[in-house]
Design a protein around this ligand. Structure first.
Ligand SMILES: Cc1ncc(COP(=O)(O)O)c(C=O)c1O
Length: 429
């Protein structure tokens, strides 16, 4: 029996027919493939473009064309308060109070700005805890912060590693490190959903353990925002930051976000780098030499935001508001579970291992497939060029599939699994 028969295409189509969110796909531009559409499972790298985005950007370009500098004011998405439009939807997305969030900068910039405030090392307590498989930018950021404060990054960075023979972290092991090494730790900064393994860490449990150890806990939500329901305020997280070009579908390099828990918002002792956009709007344009800080996350803002990069975030957040994270999560769990069951069939014939946690509560819309002794870059190229399946490769040996529930179908998952089987056949694996 062929692999394609084992993986029943008709069943995928039936699942799509019964999918209440199936029509959402029409709201996106899906890259073409041959006479049809690609199966796009690379949304954890760069999400697809909502159809509404272009119109919104064009509207802002029109404002600039017609109003010139007067576009800073005006009644139609005035630039001076544009980021305010993103505040409430961003807060809903990450489970925050509106004052606790701000859309600004890019992700790594925000990580640094927040670490300026929340990484306050002392001689005995100067370590930062990250995952060993943290995204390189996070790793560079924490190392440079330690060095900036005069500490040796090789000593100051504690990297959490899975147990021998395991791919992902166990919550109890993370907590053990926080508890046992509390007297040397200043900050925990972890990826909520790990970019490589797709593991979704237990944010409330780890945050609580960090606090019990007297440690500030921040989260990188790059792969979590728009992927899993979040409750940053209730989970008592100190701070967090995220980008918006992955599950948030806001386009390459678009405006990122930041969260600071309200208990820190009035703390004037926190060191911050300042810029005029952190000044209270009521006297920002009086042009005085000293800053009047606002008691919201806005006080971490430095510059007036790039409006053309904010417009796609607005278009995207409107879609998230329309659908709601809870409904998306329901579909996401089904879609990822379905892809997992297909990959289990593929694994009967090929040497692949899904290294993402099997428990749906411990993952989002991502399955990382480990394929040893093969050029994974070539595999992802062949998936795309020969089969119209977009995935991505991550060195050394992983193909990542992200069945994003906004625009991916069950049939896309079927294509992703059968294409992988075909590519591996072609490689004699
Ligand atoms: C977990 C994580 N952190 C940081 C970054 C870097 O983001 P940026 O280039 O927006 O700073 C990425 C980008 O993919 C990421 O996945």
């Amino acid at each position: 029996m062929s692999m394609a028969t084992l993986l029943d295409e008709g069943h995928a189509l039936e699942l799509d027919a019964g999918d209440a969110l199936a029509a959402l796909r029409q709201r996106f531009h899906i890259p073409p493939y041959l006479d049809g559409e690609a199966a796009y499972l690379a949304g954890n790298s760069l999400g697809l473009q909502p159809r509404a985005t272009r119109e919104l950007i064009l509207g802002d370009l029109d404002n600039w064309a017609h109003l010139g500098v007067e576009g800073h004011g005006g009644d139609n998405r005035a630039w001076v308060t544009y980021h305010e439009l993103l505040r409430e939807p961003s807060a809903r997305l990450v489970g925050a109070r509106p004052d606790e969030v701000v859309a600004m900068n890019s992700l790594t910039v925000n990580l640094h700005l927040l670490m300026i405030s929340f990484y306050r090392p002392t001689a005995p307590r100067n370590a930062i805890v990250i995952e060993d498989s943290a995204f390189p930018s996070d790793s560079y950021a924490v190392r440079s912060q330690a060095a900036f404060h005069g500490y040796d990054p090789d000593e100051a960075i504690i990297r959490l590693r899975p147990r021998d023979g395991e791919h992902t972290l166990r919550t109890e092991d993370v907590i053990k490190v926080l508890t046992e090494q509390a007297d040397r730790i200043a900050l925990v900064m972890l990826g909520a959903v790990n970019y490589y393994t797709g593991e979704y860490l237990d944010i409330p449990a780890i945050t609580a353990a960090g606090h019990a150890a007297g440690v500030i806990v921040g989260w990188d939500l790059a792969h979590a925002a728009g992927n899993v329901p979040l409750d940053m305020h209730e989970w008592d997280v100190d701070w967090a930051a995220w980008c918006s070009y992955k599950y948030l579908n806001s386009g390459p390099g678009s405006l990122a976000g930041a969260f600071v828990h309200e208990r820190h918002l009035h703390d004037v002792s926190l060191p911050k780098f300042a810029g005029w956009w952190g000044n209270d709007l009521s006297n920002r344009f009086l042009m005085g030499p000293t800053l009047t800080p606002v008691a919201t996350a806005d006080s971490w803002q430095l510059s007036n935001p790039p409006i053309l990069a904010a417009a796609p975030v607005l278009a995207s957040l409107r879609l998230f508001d329309e659908v709601g994270m809870d409904a998306l999560r329901v579909k996401s769990v089904r879609l990822t579970g379905y892809l997992e069951s297909l990959l289990d069939v593929v694994a009967q014939r090929h040497p692949i291992t899904v290294i993402t946690p099997r428990d749906p509560a411990r993952r989002g819309a991502q399955l990382s497939v480990q394929i040893p002794d093969i050029d994974v870059v070539a595999v992802s190229d062949e998936l795309r060029t020969h089969h119209g399946v977009y995935a991505d490769s991550r060195q050394p040996d992983v193909i990542r599939y992200a069945p994003a529930p906004m625009y991916c179908s069950f049939h896309d998952c079927w294509r992703a699994a059968t294409a992988l089987s075909n590519v591996l056949d072609a490689h004699g694996r």
